[in-house]
Design a binder for this molecule. Structure first.
Ligand SMILES: *[C@@H]1O[C@H](CO)[C@@H](O)[C@H](O)[C@H]1NC(C)=O
Ligand SMILES: *[C@@H]1O[C@H](CO)[C@@H](O)[C@H](O)[C@H]1NC(C)=O
Ligand SMILES: *[C@@H]1O[C@H](CO)[C@@H](O)[C@H](O)[C@H]1NC(C)=O
Ligand SMILES: *[C@@H]1O[C@H](CO)[C@@H](O)[C@H](O)[C@H]1NC(C)=O
Ligand SMILES: *[C@@H]1O[C@H](CO)[C@@H](O)[C@H](O)[C@H]1NC(C)=O
Ligand SMILES: *[C@@H]1O[C@H](CO)[C@@H](O)[C@H](O)[C@H]1NC(C)=O
Ligand SMILES: *[C@@H]1O[C@H](CO)[C@@H](O)[C@H](O)[C@H]1NC(C)=O
Ligand SMILES: *[C@@H]1O[C@H](CO)[C@@H](O)[C@H](O)[C@H]1NC(C)=O
Ligand SMILES: *[C@@H]1O[C@H](CO)[C@@H](O)[C@H](O)[C@H]1NC(C)=O
Ligand SMILES: *[C@@H]1O[C@H](CO)[C@@H](O)[C@H](O)[C@H]1NC(C)=O
Length: 269
């Protein structure tokens, strides 16, 4: 396709020429975290109506509160990001907060992540919990331990399933208990759990989520040609490269010669 066909309508170009460098799209830090494309720092006060041109895909919007990053202010915290492998370590506030998260594992974490473009890495282990056993004993399962700690209001039992698969629960014999399973980063070999241990600190370490690198454009290539990475939040929802001539292109910026010729035609601001 011819490059000019890929440029946005003139109105958007005009807006960009007047506001070429939106400060919130620059790489930023939040606590120890470096936030850059496809992640970007937004917040509750962001003016979302001003333009369809966003710093990034909505799902990668990070809110930074007191040095703690969360996905759009949700319960999902972002602990670290590995841009090379397109993955990040996340934790769920419900179980990561405080020292007794194991008492609050009775929920379905998949629903918190269901609408996002992220996948839960199969490098996580599934830790399974049985609770509310209706006054009966939990079933006898290899490796099942009593994980109740004094602050829990009801008994809770745990064992390690295999690799976490969001869509395929570990084979669970729950007996008269209800169950949940959460992804956790686990040190190398899956050892057995220890009865009476407090597994709450494990939830502070979080679990690994991945994103599809190709799905969000090649920011490095855009940057290498002097462009800034953006995302057009319209019905086509796609990556765009904001070039020094104020125009948006789908991949990279043209060389100097091309810039000069298009500037002559379109520079208005
Ligand atoms: C930031 O990193 C330092 C050193 O690695 C660590 O001690 C500190 O807890 C980290 N802070 C946060 C908010 O993660
Ligand atoms: C992106 O578009 C959707 C739907 O139009 C809107 O709800 C959302 O707030 C937009 N996000 C940003 C960051 O502008
Ligand atoms: C948001 O941006 C629009 C368009 O630029 C402007 O009309 C509106 O006043 C802004 N709203 C706030 C709360 O800044
Ligand atoms: C990511 O890749 C770059 C270039 O290949 C390399 O310099 C850097 O050390 C890598 N970072 C990590 C965290 O692996
Ligand atoms: C957890 O939530 C997901 C998404 O809403 C759903 O598909 C799944 O069946 C739920 N799992 C359980 C064990 O309730
Ligand atoms: C874990 O427990 C199971 C069942 O009790 C046992 O067969 C297995 O050897 C144990 N593994 C380790 C690493 O202790
Ligand atoms: C598990 O531990 C809790 C707290 O110590 C206790 O109340 C409960 O009876 C134990 N369950 C079993 C089956 O031993
Ligand atoms: C479930 O509870 C019923 C009634 O208390 C009991 O008869 C049954 O054996 C229990 N099942 C298991 C698997 O513990
Ligand atoms: C627990 O007992 C209640 C009342 O007897 C019953 O409705 C419920 O299905 C039982 N739950 C499980 C998981 O067996
Ligand atoms: C582009 O890359 C350079 C060098 O890595 C970096 O300093 C700059 O912040 C990047 N710009 C954007 C918009 O990401």
């Amino acid at each position: 396709m011819h490059p000019t066909l890929l440029c946005l309508p003139l109105l958007a170009s005009l807006l960009l020429l007047c506001h070429p460098a939106r400060a919130e799209c620059e790489p930023a830090t939040c606590g120890n975290l470096t936030v850059r494309y496809p992640f970007w720092v937004g917040g509750p006060d962001l003016n979302r109506s001003s333009s369809a041109i966003s710093c990034g895909h909505p799902a990668f919007e990070v809110w930074c509160t007191g040095g703690v990053a969360s996905l759009r202010g949700s319960q999902i915290l972002v602990l670290s990001i590995d841009y090379n492998s397109s993955s990040f370590v996340a934790a769920h506030k419900r179980v990561a907060d405080g020292g007794d998260g194991v008492c609050r594992t009775d929920f379905n974490i998949s629903s918190s992540l269901a609408l996002s473009p992220f996948t839960i890495s199969s490098s996580n282990l599934a830790i399974c919990f049985l609770y509310s056993c209706n006054g009966t004993e939990p079933p006898e399962i290899d490796g099942l331990v009593n994980a109740t700690i004094p602050s829990c209001s009801k008994p809770i039992y745990a064992y390690l399933g295999g690799s976490y698969d969001r869509d395929k629960p570990p084979a669970i014999q729950a007996g008269n208990c209800t169950y949940s399973y959460l992804p956790v980063l686990w040190p190398d070999s899956p050892a057995n759990l220890t009865a009476g241990a407090n597994y709450s600190p494990q939830f502070k370490k979080g679990f690994v989520l991945e994103w599809q690198k190709n799905g969000f454009g090649d920011c490095d290539a855009c940057n290498a040609t002097g462009g800034q990475c953006r995302y057009i939040n319209d019905s086509a929802a796609a990556f765009a490269c904001l070039c020094s001539d104020g125009k948006l292109r789908r991949s990279t910026c043209p060389g100097q010669e091309d810039v000069r010729s298009s500037c002559l035609k379109l520079r208005v601001c």
